[in-house]
Write a protein that binds this ligand. Structure first.
Ligand code: PCA
Length: 214
């Protein structure tokens, strides 16, 4: 069994739901064969989110951490390649904090790569019949913050842990009057199960193109 900690986020930006948490909970409720799954909801707050993540890692002792967040407007499941060392808020977080150009870890590396096999994860989701791609930016809001903090924890304290971040589209009920792309939460949960299994079994990533020209 591979121990996998899945995290999703509480609703933010005026939404009443966050599909990342709905999908994480659904995926963890019915984990794939060979995966022992733990699900934790993180607040959409810069500092507190990392504190909750750290406590969950200490409590569950996972081999893999898969953090998940909502990327409203994206049309597919995006597996994040890179976390950058900057907070630059376009909107306030749930505590009202609005940092501008602040380092997440002062003096830390400019960026960290995901330690999950991002290309293999994308391929697995696509093979399951769901849309997915590699993303080269997790933004500069709370999701990137959590991703960077997780990567820093792995780099400095927990070298045996592997972890990464996945952004997911809106759920259909969030966009009934907005004409924006969406994916049902059940489909997102299926994708997360595929990603968890792929991460558990893949140490060397696929060498296939997944980049972007802009
Ligand atoms: N998405 C936000 C933060 C919480 C979430 O689900 C982000 O992409 O930063």
């Amino acid at each position: 069994m591979t121990r996998v900690l899945l995290t999703g986020f509480a609703p933010f930006d005026g939404e009443s739901t966050n599909p990342s948490w709905q999908a994480v909970r659904a995926a963890a409720d019915e984990p794939p064969t060979g995966i022992e799954a733990f699900a934790v909801e993180l607040p959409c707050v810069y500092g507190a989110s990392v504190a909750v993540l750290r406590a969950a890692i200490e409590e569950t002792r996972p081999e893999i951490v898969l953090c998940v967040g909502q990327a409203g407007g994206r049309p597919d499941i995006t597996v994040e390649r890179i976390a950058v060392n900057v907070d630059d808020a376009r909107i306030p977080d749930a505590s009202g904090a609005e940092p501008v150009d602040e380092a997440i870890v002062p003096g830390g590396p400019a960026a960290y790569f995901s330690t999950l096999p991002v290309k293999a994860c994308v391929a697995a989701v696509r093979a399951a019949g769901l849309p997915a791609s590699v993303s080269n930016t997790a933004g500069t809001f709370v999701c990137n913050h959590v991703f960077y903090a997780l990567a820093h924890l792995i780099a400095t304290e927990l070298p045996d842990l592997r972890g990464g971040f996945v952004h997911v589209p809106y759920a259909p009920e969030q966009v009934v009057d907005r004409g924006r792309p969406s994916l049902p939460v059940g489909a997102v949960a299926r994708a997360l199960r595929e990603i968890a299994v792929t991460a558990a079994h893949t140490r060397t990533d696929l060498r296939v193109a997944g980049g972007a020209t802009h």
